[in-house]
Write a protein that binds this ligand. Structure first.
Ligand SMILES: Cc1ncc(COP(=O)(O)O)c(C=O)c1O
Length: 389
């Protein structure tokens, strides 16, 4: 029997794996010995559940630099958080600005609302980045919201968030940050930034389980944001309308306690390691990938500008082979697990010239090693050499 190659997981931009041991233990512990819903009971295990929720919310607030943990809303994913932000704040007649960097979890809700009378401008990128002058020129008196994909899930390139936030402050537009690829990977301080809404999965850079996400709600929107879902909150149960206070107004239904138990443990680990240290290490791994891959004939890299602000995501193509086929070969022959295709970011690929087939994307995490990166480079080298014949 032939043994399978060691698994080299380089799809952390989809969801991070492995998780820290503490995350597995927290989920297991909650499921086995607690198991109660939060916010709805007075018995000891229900109180323990509520404590897990409160602790996780506090850790997330610390990570984000938010003074009030009630401004952190639990969601089921990054997509769920983006939908809550977009559908909760925009109304027909509003104008919104997005960019070619945006993911379908921003573009699709915006397109849906466009069909109901929203005015939408999608600005192009210049060399992977939002052109600040173009952004400022696109702002209209009716501009309600600017959506920014902080770090690209295709190229890893990071947008100049402080400058974009300053434009929003100057013009009165609200700022929604899609931090799916940046929270936990780069230091972010929502208060210093003046960010109104920040959406993130809990299962990528925060090391929580799938099924978790969050939306940070800033001062300017805390009373405006409408719920996406209506229902029981365990609070003010005599009233048939949603409570007005946060987080309950935006969190109808039982929370995902197994997920939140794991997310809480994940965020505590992130805080303990330190986001600055994680950023440094992931940027080093990205640099090693780029250095290795750029030495291979037939490999084309996208957005791999030396020294550019970026997270640990690299996109490439190998001449003569379709990205999906390349990804299958990498898994079958080298145990290397990567994502191929458009990565739910169709406009980004039009912008890069890689539509309709897309790219192969390699994405590292804090748990990726330099030796795995070296093996990944050698695997791609061997396929590129075979393709060159
Ligand atoms: C930039 C970006 N935004 C949003 C999302 C959606 O997050 P989730 O998978 O948690 O729904 C992703 C996920 O890949 C992403 O990369």
């Amino acid at each position: 029997m032939t043994s399978s190659p060691e698994r080299i997981y380089l799809d952390n931009a989809a969801t991070s794996w492995p998780k820290p041991e503490a995350v597995y233990q927290a989920v297991d512990r909650y499921q086995r010995s607690c198991g109660a819903s939060s916010g709805r009971g007075v018995y000891s295990h229900a109180i323990e559940s509520q404590q897990l929720v409160d602790q996780c919310r506090r850790s997330l607030a610390t990570l984000l630099g938010a003074s009030d943990p009630a401004r952190v809303i639990f969601t089921s994913s990054g997509t769920d958080a983006l939908n809550l932000a977009i559908q909760g704040i925009l109304a027909p007649g509003d104008h919104v600005i997005a960019s070619d960097a945006d993911h379908n979890s921003v573009l699709r809700p915006l397109r849906m609302l466009e069909g109901r009378g929203l005015a939408l401008s999608i600005i192009p990128l210049a060399d992977g980045r939002i052109d600040l002058e173009k952004l400022e020129r696109s702002v209209r008196p009716s501009t309600k919201l600017v959506c920014v994909n902080h770090a690209s899930n295709v190229t890893g390139l990071v947008q100049p968030l402080s400058e974009i936030a300053a434009i929003c402050q100057r013009t009165g537009a609200l700022l929604l940050v899609d931090a799916a690829q940046s929270l936990g990977h780069l230091p972010i301080d929502v208060a210093a930034l003046g960010c109104d809404l920040l959406a993130s999965p809990g299962h990528k850079g925060l090391w929580g389980p799938l099924g978790t996400g969050l939306l940070y709600v800033g001062d300017r929107v805390s009373e405006l944001l409408r719920p996406l879902r209506y229902g029981g909150t365990g609070s003010r149960s005599v009233e048939e309308t949603m409570p007005t206070e946060l987080p309950d107004r935006l969190e109808a239904g039982n929370l995902n306690l197994p997920g939140i138990a794991g997310l809480g443990a994940g965020v505590r680990e992130v805080l303990q390691v330190g986001v600055a240290a994680i950023a440094k290490q992931e940027q080093q791994l990205r640099a090693e990938l780029i250095a290795g891959l750029s030495s291979i004939a037939g490999v084309q890299l996208y957005g791999a500008h030396p020294g550019a602000a970026a997270v640990g995501v690299v996109s490439l193509n190998v001449e003569g082979i379709d990205p999906l086929e390349l990804a299958s070969l990498l898994d079958a022959n080298f145990g290397m697990q990567v994502r191929a295709g458009l990565h739910c970011a169709p406009r980004m690929h039009l912008s890069l010239g890689t539509a309709p087939t897309g790219t192969v994307r390699l994405s590292v995490s804090h748990f990726t090693t330099s030796s795995q990166v070296a093996s990944a480079v050698e695997a791609i080298r061997s396929i590129a050499e075979a393709m060159a014949g």
